[in-house]
Design a protein around this ligand. Structure first.
Ligand SMILES: NC(=O)c1ccc[n+]([C@@H]2O[C@H](COP(=O)([O-])OP(=O)(O)OC[C@H]3O[C@@H](n4cnc5c(N)ncnc54)[C@H](OP(=O)(O)O)[C@@H]3O)[C@@H](O)[C@H]2O)c1
Length: 290
């Protein structure tokens, strides 16, 4: 069968579309050229999740009620592809919850790339492709209650706060007084997908990476704004009675229909299992101006 392959340069296997082939993991997602797929009128929005075979993307600690990513869920191979997606973004959408987790050191900082040896090639790649050194950052938040990480300004990244029109006026005033641009994109306190994407397009952003969780994916999918879903399916049954899945909202219907674009098999990662890297195109994407 296949020898045990751990190095990033060892091939993985393309299962779809035919023909079956050995391909390199490194460069796999860069080859999709996502930064060329969107326009200002219709930015290309994409998201990436890693899920277990039993559908978990995170578990909840019953003692604290906090959610966490079990260590075995992610792998260096998956993380490399995650960074390749980030490299193609001119704008990231994250959220208040991530910034709170970052401040509490529950999660690591992924708001910049190319700053360490493993991802330096991606910084070079961005330069060659004419992208800014770091993507802009949009923070979606209904509460507007989060700490701002210094790394965003330290790295010269454009930064916007996105919220709904009914957000707390005092919090809005606070962020404006701190010099942040606020994007109002929602009728109540929550951000809605189409107005946010429309405003980001007007600002000149064309490739938008959802560096966010299930709620923001839900927001985009229900509004017909998701262009492509990258889903790593790790071949593990995680268990855990309290968990999160990719989509939290009510039954979705046809808006949830996706078309398989490609599927790769990584037989050796994570240790003791394997994983699929699947890419799906949304069957019901709408221009944000509709
Ligand atoms: N396995 C994976 O691939 C993967 C990927 C992502 C996340 N996760 C994990 O899944 C768990 C839950 O994800 P999460 O923390 O990202 O939670 P989430 O429930 O998706 O979102 C958390 C926060 O995002 C903001 N938000 C989301 N949608 C919004 C909208 N439409 N408008 C305004 N604000 C919005 C809110 O911030 P405010 O409270 O500030 O209003 C909300 O509290 C975490 O443990 C996370 O680490 C796993």
């Amino acid at each position: 069968m296949f020898p045990f392959m751990n190095a990033m340069t060892e091939p993985i296997l393309r299962l779809y579309p035919p023909p079956f082939a050995e391909v390199s993991l490194q460069g796999l997602y860069l080859g999709q050229r996502l930064h060329r797929l969107g326009t200002r009128k219709s930015p290309f929005v994409y998201a990436n999740f890693v899920a277990s075979l039993d559908g978990r993307i995170a578990l909840e600690d019953p003692a604290t009620g906090k959610t966490y990513l079990p260590k075995s869920l992610t792998s260096p191979h998956d993380f490399r592809l995650f960074l390749e997606l980030e490299a193609q973004a001119d704008c990231l959408i994250t959220h208040g919850g991530y910034l709170r987790a970052l401040a509490d050191k529950d999660l690591g900082n992924v708001l910049q790339l190319g700053l360490d040896a493993e991802s330096r090639d991606l910084a070079e790649w961005r330069k060659t492709e004419g992208l800014t050194p770091q993507p802009a950052v949009v923070i979606a938040s209904a509460s507007l209650d989060f700490p701002m990480p210094p790394s965003i300004r330290e790295n010269g990244q454009a930064c916007y706060i996105a919220t709904g029109r009914n957000a707390d006026p005092a919090r809005l005033e606070y962020w404006r007084s701190e010099g942040y641009d606020v994007i109002l994109a929602g009728r109540d306190r929550m951000v809605e997908g189409a107005p946010l994407v429309r405003k980001l397009g007007d600002l000149g952003y064309r490739s938008i990476y959802l560096l966010a969780g299930p709620s923001m994916l839900d927001t985009m999918v229900r509004d017909g704004q998701l262009g492509r879903l990258f889903q790593t399916i790790t071949h593990q049954l995680l268990g855990g009675a309290d968990f999160r899945t990719v989509l939290p909202g009510p039954e979705l219907g046809p808006a949830g229909c996706l078309k398989l674009r490609s599927l790769y098999y990584d037989p050796t990662s994570p240790a003791g299992a394997g994983q699929w890297f699947a890419q799906f195109d949304s069957a019901s994407i709408k221009p944000p101006h509709e």
